[in-house]
Design a binder for this molecule. Structure first.
Ligand code: AMP
Length: 489
């Protein structure tokens, strides 16, 4: 079971928090560009990596547990022939996760070969799985992706590609950015609310779809645009162009604000906003709302860096004397502290990962800036470390509002009872982590910095109200959830 899913009855399977890629080239094999793009998206998933290609006759696949660099060797990539390819990196979840959940998911059926990479999380996967299983579909995993693949395969038996995708989009409810390969045709689909990012890029000899624009940069390509919420993009097999089909229109979007705050790379552009600039603006807003003029302001590397530089800049513009400095060094060989199974291991891992630079801290008042507090492990360890290194005062500033509810849409947060802000105020949390003061950013400041109204963002982990119909949770929208069984069954 994945952390964060225990509160919802339908979420007792591993959820997908991932990076996806799709490549269609004129003649060159797609495998190496797909591999490099996955490398650029490694931060979106470290548990498994996979590529499926098609050479016009048959599919080839290589899917392994582990980091991209460990999952493939040169010969694996050379065997992935064909100028069409999709790829996937999967986010780590606690609990037992094995290769059956690794992606891309691929299947051969009467209507051809299908490969599918998914980032997001469906709300009604179990209903669809039960329905498909009762009509003879055999499942090899308990993930959402296989449900989408089987539903699509069924539709492809009597509909063309575009109509089949449209039927599936009307059936599934939840968050999904998909790259799909049907024989050697590569497609990209973004859910009607655009919860997870997906972009389209142009290469010299083809087109690429990827979770983030940094992957397109890595391939030396040009960002064309975001795939629109509810849109299907079909890349031409000859690498010469693409078709767009707006299959579902929704009144509002539900872009995940946490992509901007933490998850996405700062050098990526999501829905026309450069993530780094959004984070700097969040830092400026943090100063405007609750700035404190200490001797020094320092980021928690790497996630707090852009926030801290915006914060310091705003402070200095306001006449504060606060100096921006690196006061914490990161051991870059330690993985994300989140995947540690026990609280004790998580605490040890913070010390493995971060060490104070004494000269920045000793005898000084300090403000330390991070993007978010989830369980509170990082900040309470950090405050201790900074005092041990001789800080006189430690103030904590956080570039997001309090995370007080689980994420059901694909970001691994924690269960409600693990979230430190679920039942505590900021000053109670300040006491618990031992800081002289603690301030979060308001949700209004977040919406201003992203440049979108709250009605177009998903902030369920902050408000506890979700833009999807999640059993047992409140919603902030009028939602039409698809009927349990398709009309024609
Ligand atoms: P915690 O220590 O539980 O309070 O988690 C907060 C720290 O984890 C911050 O430094 C964040 O940058 C980072 N973080 C926030 N959300 C996630 C996530 N979904 N996965 C991994 N790390 C995260």
């Amino acid at each position: 079971m994945s952390p964060g899913r225990e509160d919802g009855p339908e979420f007792d399977h591993p959820t997908e928090k991932c990076g996806v890629v799709g490549v269609s080239l004129a003649e060159r094999d797609a495998a190496f560009p797909t591999y490099y793009a996955l490398y650029a998206l490694q931060h979106r998933g470290q548990e498994s990596a996979g590529i499926v290609t098609h050479d016009g006759f048959q599919q080839h696949q290589h899917v392994e547990m582990g980091l991209v660099g460990d999952a493939f060797d040169e010969s694996d990539i050379e065997e992935l022939v064909g100028s069409a390819g999709i790829g996937h990196v999967r986010y780590p979840t606690a609990g037992s996760v094995d290769k059956s959940c690794a992606q891309p998911f691929s299947v051969s059926f009467k209507g051809g070969a299908l490969g599918l990479s998914h980032n997001g999380n469906l709300v009604n996967a179990d209903e669809i799985r039960d329905d498909l299983a009762s009509s003879g579909h055999a499942f090899t995993s308990d993930g959402d992706t296989e449900v989408i693949a089987h539903d699509l395969a069924r539709n492809l038996l009597d509909e063309d590609l575009v109509a089949a995708v449209e039927t599936t989009m009307h059936r599934v409810h939840g968050s999904y950015s998909l790259t799909i390969m049907h024989d050697d045709t590569v497609l990209g689909v973004r859910d009607p609310l655009g919860n997870r990012p997906l972009v389209l890029g142009e290469l010299d000899d083809g087109y690429v779809l990827a979770s983030e624009s940094a992957a397109i940069d890595t391939l030396g390509g040009e960002l064309v645009r975001d795939v629109r919420p509810g849109e299907l993009v079909v890349l031409h097999e000859d690498g010469e162009g693409y078709d767009s089909h707006q299959l579902v229109e929704a009144e509002n979007t539900a872009n995940c604000f946490f992509e901007y705050v933490y998850f996405a790379r700062p050098d990526s552009v999501i829905d026309d906003e450069l993530v780094y600039e959004v984070r700097r603006e969040l830092g400026r807003q943090l100063w405007a709302e609750n700035g404190v003029d200490t001797d020094v302001v320092m980021p928690v590397p790497d996630s707090g860096r852009a926030f801290a530089s915006g914060y310091a800049e705003a402070g200095q513009n306001d006449g504060a004397t606060v100096e921006f400095a690196e006061g914490l060094m990161k051991n870059r060989y330690v993985g994300r502290t989140f995947i540690m199974p026990t609280q004790e291991a998580r605490e040890q891992a913070v010390r493995l990962k971060l060490n104070p630079i004494k000269s920045t801290v000793e005898g000084r008042t300090v403000t330390v800036i991070d993007d978010s507090i989830v369980r509170g492990t990082t900040s309470s360890q950090l405050v201790d470390l900074l005092y041990e290194a001789g800080a006189e005062e430690v103030h904590v500033r956080i570039g997001a509002p309090p995370i007080s509810a689980p994420c059901y849409m694909g970001i691994d947060m924690a269960t409600r009872d693990e979230l430190i802000a679920a039942d505590k105020t900021a000053s109670e949390i300040a006491d618990e982590i031992g800081a002289d003061s603690l301030s979060y950013l308001s949700l209004d400041a977040v919406t201003t910095a992203i440049g979108r109204s709250q009605a177009d963002l998903c902030a369920g982990c902050v408000t506890g109200e979700y833009p999807y119909d999640i059993p047992g949770e409140a919603t902030d929208r009028e939602i039409e959830r698809p009927a349990e069984a398709p009309a024609d069954d």
